[in-house]
Ligand binder design. Structure first.
Ligand SMILES: [Zn+2]
Ligand SMILES: [Zn+2]
Length: 347
């Protein structure tokens, strides 16, 4: 089968991946599931993996097929699999967990001590078929298209996970700021809107992104290339600040806004990454605010997100591309030219 594989780390996205002809995966263990991929979302993390940015955090054996946002149709199941059968449409949580370590028993899938992560530590879904396990697949309700929902396997669940943490701390009338209305941000915004009664301030540097944000439920929009973000947020909140900030950019400039615009006791959730946090300890002591990291989300959170999609509460803006265009997609994302989310279709 054809698969887009990383052979060597590089900063040159125009030749990041090679399309190889490799063996189709087959079920070996009794809990495994092979999925014929119907769609795989392209993620900024794929660019970062190609650049070698994850080697200190996750073991990688190259060559490796990338692609961690996968959905498709079950093609083969191990003897003990009962959740799904051949022909079932599924979305694949990117992490295959063991189920028996302490984090797994606490429901903390992302902290599993014996996990494999598609497209990061093991082969992913930029291919005709994908090997995963029963604990990672979620059957899709009738009428939900696997190609359309694929990016929710990481982009969606990550945005949902951050939004859910924020919503727990948001009382009606309080303010949430969403920085970066791109692939993840436009999902996080909708999750906040449907799960809370907070005022939502959407922030981006592109007017089209802000128009999209307004259509998806933002109460206020701020173009941060034209306006000073923190003073605008302080104006909108009568100088209280925003109780929750979801930062889908994660650049030096966005994390630097926290001391000035996060309300006392609030949180700045770091979802996007690439930059650094350089704030004085005294600012955190004075405002008692926190920076919080976001790593994908739990299996059960992906189930919850599938329910929101099924209810029509979260829509995903996607554009579709063939597998052979994959390096062009990588380059276009690098230059901020993808609207919503790119989904790669296998041949
Ligand atoms: Zn991703
Ligand atoms: Zn585990």
């Amino acid at each position: 089968m054809q698969a887009a594989r990383l052979h060597e780390y590089t900063d040159d996205m125009s030749q990041g991946l090679e399309i190889d002809d490799i063996d189709r995966p087959t079920v070996d263990r009794s809990d495994e599931v092979v999925v014929d991929v119907e769609g795989a979302g392209w993620c900024q993390t794929d660019n970062h993996i190609i650049e070698g940015m994850w080697t200190d955090y996750a073991p990688q054996d190259l060559p490796m097929t990338l692609g961690h946002e996968n959905a498709g149709i079950v093609a083969e199941t191990g003897d003990e699999v009962t959740l799904v059968e051949e022909g079932d449409p599924v979305i694949c949580h990117p992490v295959q967990t063991c189920g028996i370590c302490r984090p797994c028993r606490l429901g903390e899938d992302m902290y599993c001590e014996n996990s494999a992560f598609n497209g990061l530590t093991t082969d992913g879904g930029f291919a005709e078929s994908l090997l995963t396990n029963e604990r990672a697949v979620i059957p899709l309700p009738e009428g939900v298209d696997p190609t359309e929902i694929a990016p929710h396997a990481d982009a969606g669940i990550t945005a949902y996970h951050a939004a859910k943490k924020a919503v727990r701390e948001l009382n009606p009338g309080e303010t949430a700021v969403v920085i970066g209305i791109g692939g993840l941000g436009h999902i996080g915004l909708q999750c906040l809107d449907t799960m809370s009664a907070a005022d939502i301030v959407a922030v981006d540097r592109k007017d089209e992104a802000l128009e999209l944000a307004a259509n998806l439920g933002a109460h206020h929009t701020v173009n941060s290339s034209e306006e000073e973000l923190s003073s605008r947020v302080m104006d909108l909140t009568d100088d209280e600040g925003a109780q929750q900030v979801l930062d889908f950019v994660g650049a030096d400039e966005t994390t630097a806004t926290a001391p000035e615009m996060v309300a006392a006791g609030g949180d700045h959730h770091v979802v996007g990454y690439g930059g650094n946090i350089h704030e004085p300890c005294q600012a955190l002591v004075n405002g008692e605010f926190s920076f919080k990291g976001t790593l994908v989300g739990r299996y059960t959170e992906l189930q919850e997100l599938v329910s929101l999609v099924d209810r029509g509460d979260v829509e995903l803006h996607t554009e579709r591309h063939d597998l052979e265009e994959i390096n062009t997609v990588a380059e276009r994302l690098e230059h901020g030219e993808i609207e919503g989310r790119a989904v790669i279709l296998p041949p």
